[in-house]
Design a protein around this ligand. Sequence first.
Ligand SMILES: [Zn+2]
Length: 354
Amino acid sequence: MHENASHPVRHPAGAADSGRTGHRHYSIRATRSLPGPDPPVLRARHSGGVIDRSPDAASVERLADGAYGYVQPDGSWFINNCGFVDADGHAVLIDTCATERRTRALLAAVGDTSGPVTTLVNTHHHGDHTNGNYLVAGAAVIGHRKTRETMLAEGIQRYEGVLVGNDWGRLELRVPDVVFDDTLTVYAGPTRIDLIHPGHAAHTTNDVLAWLPEQRVLYAGDLVFNGGSPFALMGSVAGWRDALNVLRELDPAVILPGHGPACGLERVDVVDAYLEFVQRTAETGKAAGRSPLEQAKATDLGRFAELSEQERLVGNLHRAYAELGGAECGASLDLVAAMTDMLAWNGGPVRCFS
Ligand SMILES: [Zn+2]
């Protein structure tokens, strides 16, 4: 079912109809309600290729009545998905984008589909999901207690010299005003949204699932990557695998991942299999006396070579090595050393397209 017939065509930038930037065309696509297995997503690593990763390539995708995904191809570094739910003339938004330009385009699309955003939920602290918070003027921002704490401690991270190519625009730190530890229920008009922290670190220390129990729609944040390599450096490999059981128990009809196309539980199995592979690879490397970087260089990714952002293996091995050494789930570790090794594996800074 397509719902785009009544949406206005935006005028080119510079037209006098609006003070907003990010004028663009977009369409609403209905996703299948019961997704089957997705074909593997094959992407050239770091290539500038033929894929349209521009903000104009984003689309609003209907997941259920009143529940939408804002899907940004190609889901690589700092190109995330957001969600939003109709709330009787306004909207509950789930996550913002990495850059000013992308977030302005997101807000224009949400405004035209559902109305102004009055409530914003962050799925975790990473900048590709929170940098645009400040542009959602007037909305209450909800997040996990550690999302607020981490954002206040780290500020806005631009990862200069590590990740290059992002067109950040103007950014301001805007942290959650309303925080919770375990669960919180938010209503979007009549639609119930359960916010669920899995109980421990997974992708980060502060992941939040947004679950619509009546529609069986799950906004998974970065607990699910569809097409990209999962990245556990700032969370926990073991904890993430445990957290995937929370997703399975919800039994969603459709999942909006943090990156990549909407999917079903079959992609949760891919994330789990990749993380198990990371654990096994770490065991092998540690037994052989190799460093995480040496072990990454010695590793054949096998079936996981089809996932993009392969350099994440190095960071993931740093986390898995720490856990083999007895580190607690989500314990702090030397992120600079891990990032330095990722660059060494990659042969230089990682190219981004956000
Ligand atoms: Zn993330």
